[in-house]
Design a protein around this ligand. Structure first.
Ligand code: ADP
Ligand code: MG
Length: 484
């Protein structure tokens, strides 16, 4: 089939993202909800679903759901009921999952994404609270399956989007934006490798320009962006091929196998009635007050898009800097804290992006653990700005020295290491004369009008001074010798 056939179709994607919440305890009992631990150690009779045990709702789960809903502009439901979703699975000891089928906590809302230079708003259908199942491992002890129930009952939010995404790139941007948001809100670590964020991709195709949606397939449990991308691309081709050869797409639940790169049916798509949903009799509905929601709203952390706008409009940073600095909330707040010590926000941005972040990455430190204080960083930038140390020398030599000897001020170190710029006329004149004597042809070219060569001569003098020649004085001396 020629490429042009594929070009006549578009992909339509809706995502169901499962976010594991960073609560201390599980959704309905006091068991440790943290990732890892020896298998089956974070389990009590409630996680194990023993008869006669009763769930109790974790208040944090509700608070976290509301935070996310408020950030996305959702309507928050005051009346919240829970339901049982019944199905049998070996890692689901209760035989049902507690979820919100009839009345999700957040309804509507949207998230803005950006692909290349194009912005797009992805509508959220709803967000509901539920609990995770345990983990089955089929490849550790073949032919047996191993089961770890530490994850059983860990609180989840399921974020269901409208079918607004049109490509793997948009899915990537949407997942990244959602990951950034949950991290800003401190409700999840958003770690895809550890499964704190997983998505089911609903994919359909339709002819360009068509308004009706095509029949969709749901690819389950993609836990990396790379897999999601490959699965979507594979599924697009498969569905187009099927339609072009006169077939029909059957609504199915698919599994994606990263090794072979193909999707295969897990089961025919079940309908809601297959799950025998019914109201959870052990949990009363929770009724929220407006005051409770207002109190959460009053304590919302800054949101990534608000900081991005602030950095561009108030701090006059280029978009590139602003985006990098707002990728993580800690970096953004650290940058703002440095701004309180020094007025040149672009100089601070350069320092954070080029020096502080790479250092912290290398040493596996959070940015708050960066050892030098805001005052020290301000003194460092001041030395550059006053022309006492050149930018290059400061970045290459002074900065590492400051980390080595943290009790010394930048000025003390610059003196000790002989890094201060000099405008000592005798010293500089000697260097200028040396350089001009060495490149007579360039001197001639300059005198004939190639004035741009001044940069070359400056560079040569700078090199010989080991970066210490004060640029202003050097420039004046050079011009005097060349033109005088
Ligand atoms: P279910 O409850 O069976 O999973 P929903 O109607 O709630 O079905 O949809 C689940 C997800 O599938 C949503 O994210 C929605 O945007 C997406 N979706 C629904 N129809 C389509 C379609 N035709 N193509 C792509 N995605 C779809
Ligand atoms: Mg679904």
């Amino acid at each position: 089939m020629s490429n042009s056939i594929y070009d006549t179709y578009e992909t339509v994607i809706g995502l169901e993202i499962h976010v594991q919440l960073a609560t201390a305890s599980k959704a309905f009992c006091a068991d440790d909800a943290s990732f890892g631990g020896d298998p089956n150690t974070h389990v009590s009779t409630i996680s194990l679903g023993h008869p006669g045990t009763l769930p109790r709702l974790n208040k944090k789960q509700v608070e976290f759901a509301i935070k996310l809903g408020l950030a996305l502009g959702s309507e928050i439901s005051l009346y919240n009921a829970f339901d049982r979703k019944n199905y049998f699975y070996a890692d689901l000891p209760k035989g049902y999952q507690i979820t919100q089928d009839r009345k999700p906590i957040c309804i509507g809302g949207s998230l803005e994404i950006e692909v290349g230079d194009t912005k797009k708003t992805v509508r959220i259908h709803h967000i509901h609270m539920e609990e995770d199942a345990g983990k089955s491992m089929h490849d550790q002890d073949a032919p047996h399956s191993l089961i770890d129930l530490n994850r059983a009952g860990v609180p989840l939010l399921e974020i269901v989007s409208e079918p607004d995404l049109r490509s793997a790139e948009e899915v990537d941007a949407y997942m990244s934006a959602m990951r950034r948001l949950v991290r800003y809100l401190d409700i999840s670590d958003g770690n895809m490798e550890q499964g704190s964020m997983r998505c089911d991709c609903n994919v359909s195709v339709r002819k360009n320009g068509a308004t009706a949606l095509g029949e969709r397939c749901e690819i389950k449990n993609l836990n990396s962006m790379r897999y999601a991308r490959r699965a979507i691309q594979y599924e697009f081709k498969r569905q187009v091929d099927l339609l072009e050869s006169g077939g029909k797409v059957a609504q199915q639940t698919l599994n994606f196998d990263p090794a072979s790169g193909i999707t295969s049916p897990l089961r025919d798509k079940e309908d809601a009635h297959d799950y025998r949903y019914f109201p959870e009799p052990d949990l009363p509905p929770i009724v929220l007050t407006k005051d409770y929601i207002t109190a959460i709203e009053a304590n919302m952390p800054p949101l990534p898009w608000a900081l991005l706008r602030q950095f561009i409009e108030e701090k006059a940073l280029p978009l590139y800097d602003a985006k990098l600095l707002t990728e993580e909330k800690e970096t953004a707040l650290y940058f703002l804290a440095l701004c309180a010590h020094y007025p040149d926000s672009k100089a601070i941005s350069n320092l954070v992006i080029n020096k502080i972040l790479p250092y912290c990455n290398e040493m596996s430190l959070t940015i708050y653990e960066f050892p030098l204080s805001g005052e020290r960083m301000a003194a460092f930038l001041q030395l550059i700005d006053s022309g006492k140390v050149s930018n290059t020398i400061a970045y290459q030599r002074l900065f590492p020295a400051m980390l080595q000897e943290q009790d010394k001020t930048p000025m003390q170190l610059a003196q000790a290491l002989n890094l201060l710029q000099t405008d000592d006329a005798d010293f500089l004149t000697t260097l200028v004369e040396q350089v001009l004597a060495e490149f007579p042809d360039k001197v001639e070219a300059y005198r004939k009008g190639k004035k741009g060569l001044i940069g070359f001569f400056m560079g040569e003098v700078m090199k010989r001074s080991k970066g210490k020649a004060a640029p202003q004085t050097t420039n004046e001396l050079l011009r005097k010798q060349l033109e005088g």
